[in-house]
Design a protein around this ligand. Structure first.
Ligand code: ZN
Length: 428
């Protein structure tokens, strides 16, 4: 039986646990390895629930379907006898893409990044402005020493930027509830895939809008300050990040208390894998304020598969090299959809001809994210990260190879998730 959370004293929701990890993986092969990392954490007293997430874009690139993700999750849970809850996340969906997920998912990430700045009928805008204008001037959030200064003009700007997007989230939410009872899924709102980070002040008003449109979200994924590049460490002002992350937590706490949003509402960190510099900060702050956190780490699991192949030698190592060589040839095409979340210096990439001379260890050490290892190469890693399309085009040849070497591969996946992610974040 799921736990429940009440909203406004009545609407009962399936309650997402305090700590959750977005695990999923491109090719749907690593459910057991990922779940075993979560179980390792449970054995050390840190309870995390797994969320198998996969976006529509990934499904299209891999030619997989939401039913496959559901199957992967169910099979792993059964095989390893996981007794706690688990979720299957329709990641980054909107009204155009949600349909195929409805039957298989119990977690929906309503992505409204594409709706920022969307116009709203004037009467609706005025109605919200009336409510929100009560918070202009000095906005004091308990726990934050300096009040936020919100002028009438600044408020209008925030409303122009975000009201249309939150209104869209409401439409998606209502659409989902037309087929699924509200008590049978968890909703997240994401607006991380945008140009500018949202400030804690903006987050406050976004939450007010979410409440206004009556969307009982349990996690929210803003864009944080700094760069969250795929598969590599955080790049940005760590002091500023700490300050804003803590303010975000306090804003959420305040919004929960004063608006009546779900009590377990928490931050969701997208592109959350490999952010080694800020894990200890996030971990410390959520513990300090007794808040939950959701971290999406799914995308890099496939890199561990490539590392596992490289370490398996012979034809598996050859395949890893071929994947790199093809990704190298098609760099521009593969990088284009990820322009805002990768940073590759093409001149610094090793030539495929020299990579062909490498042994498995050298290849693995170049790819594996151990920042102080002399062979580690962030450009090489990011290129292979976006190169999963190349492996997808190999079809069964790739999947069969991963399955053949599942022991070595699975060990990489588990170690990566547990040792480099969970332990750092939760300080165990
Ligand atoms: Zn995202």
């Amino acid at each position: 039986m799921p736990n429940f959370v009440f909203v406004h004293g009545k609407l009962k929701l399936m309650k997402l646990e305090k700590y959750s990890f977005g695990i999923g993986d491109r090719f749907g092969q690593q459910g057991n390895a990922q779940l075993s990392a979560v179980m390792e954490a449970a054995a050390r007293g840190i309870e995390i629930v797994p969320v198998w997430n996969k976006s529509n874009r990934e499904h299209q690139n891999i030619h997989s379907s939401p039913a496959d993700t559901r199957r992967e999750a169910d099979e792993a849970v059964k095989k390893l006898q996981w007794k706690q809850h688990y979720y299957v996340d329709a990641d980054h969906i909107n009204l155009d893409t949600v349909d195929p997920f409805l039957k298989h998912s119990n977690f929906f990430t309503l992505d409204v990044a594409g709706f920022l700045g969307r116009e709203v009928p004037d009467a609706e805008m005025q109605k919200f402005l009336e409510i929100a204008s009560g918070y202009t001037g000095q906005l004091q959030i308990p726990g934050i020493s300096e009040p936020f200064q919100v002028s009438g003009e600044a408020l209008k700007e925030i409303v122009r930027n975000f009201l249309g997007a939150v209104r869209e989230a409401a439409s998606i939410y209502q659409y989902i509830t037309s087929t699924k009872e509200a008590g049978r899924f968890v909703a997240e709102i994401s607006m991380d895939e945008v140009e500018n980070p949202q400030t804690p002040t903006e987050l406050f008003f976004i939450l007010l809008m979410i409440n206004h449109f009556d969307i009982p979200v349990q996690t929210i994924a803003p864009k944080f300050t700094g760069r969250f590049n795929k598969g590599v460490d955080y790049v940005g002002d760590v002091v500023q990040f700490r300050k804003e992350f803590e303010e975000d937590l306090l804003v959420i706490d305040h919004a929960v208390r004063s608006f009546g949003l779900p009590e377990n509402l928490k931050l969701s960190v997208h592109s959350g894998s490999d952010k080694f510099t800020i894990y200890p900060i996030m971990g410390e702050l959520v513990r300090k304020h007794n808040k939950g956190i959701h971290v999406k780490t799914a995308g890099t699991t496939w890199l561990e598969e490539v590392i596992g192949l490289a370490l398996s030698g012979n034809e598996a190592l050859q395949m890893a090299k071929t994947i790199y060589a093809r990704a190298y040839q098609r760099r521009e095409e593969l990088c284009a959809p990820y322009a805002t979340v990768i940073d590759i210096d093409p001149d610094a990439l090793p030539e495929p001809a020299s990579v062909r001379q490498w042994n498995g260890e050298k290849f693995a050490n170049t790819l594996r994210h151990v920042p102080d290892h002399p062979d580690y190469h962030p450009g090489f890693r990011q290129l292979i990260h976006v190169g999963y399309k190349v492996a997808a085009e190999m079809g069964d040849a790739f999947i069969d190879m991963v399955r053949k070497h599942h022991e070595v591969v699975g060990e990489q996946v588990k170690t990566n998730l547990y040792e480099r992610h969970i332990r750092l974040l939760f300080g165990i």
